[in-house]
Design a protein around this ligand. Sequence first.
Ligand SMILES: O=C(O)c1cc(=O)[nH]c(=O)n1[C@@H]1O[C@H](COP(=O)(O)O)[C@@H](O)[C@H]1O
Length: 232
Amino acid sequence: MTMDPKVLVALDFNNQADAMAFVDSVDPSQCRLKVGKELFTLLGPEFVRKLVAAGFDVFLDLKFHDIPNTVAKAVAAAAELGVWMVNVHASGGREMMTAAKAALVPYGDKAPLLIGVTVLTSMEAHEMPELGIERKPEEQVLALATLTQECGLDGVVCSAQESKLLKDALGKEFLLVTPGIRPEGSAKGDQKRVVTPAKAMKDGSDYLVIGRPITQSTSPLETLKAINSSIA
Ligand SMILES: O=C(O)c1cc(=O)[nH]c(=O)n1[C@@H]1O[C@H](COP(=O)(O)O)[C@@H](O)[C@H]1O
């Protein structure tokens, strides 16, 4: 058990009862919780407030990607919910990220960590040219992470395959939040740029986002504990 849990469990459930069954089985020293598009669309801000009130650090993963004014207001609304971390797509650009950062200034040290999403972990090299991106994934990740840092954000979401590159280039204070984590032998599903928990931590990830390997496990709590031990 750690008081600074590195695992952010993705609560990707399609109903409140299943989500709460997991939440009730863990305590805030074992993991942080991520609420994403599915559960937020189903249950809304009330559910997020409930997790915050229960003492959990909540990562509100809505990956805002819109015009600067809209994203700035959305990020401020997330701060009002009392979440610990919130994210925007770095490809929304400099003006958007700068506006998002500025919107959190009034919250001082109560502001959530603001994180930029680089290249989704479900993407691989051959999919990028048809999006107009001629760079390799790691080059695009480094470019977007550099821009994110210049805009004053706290870190990025990337694959742990890029963690070493980014830590070396951007320094140890810049947070690396890495999904696409797969313990040895677990199904990749739609994830492509995957890494094991231990290797991700070794290569410089600060936080591991893990969903299905835990939530679809026959004993989620045991799986979480095993992952925590593997990175202790
Ligand atoms: O921002 C994210 O959290 C995210 C970014 C990314 O590039 N890839 C990615 O998988 N995620 C999220 O991380 C979680 C991964 O879940 P699993 O693939 O089930 O472990 C999902 O909730 C995704 O929405």
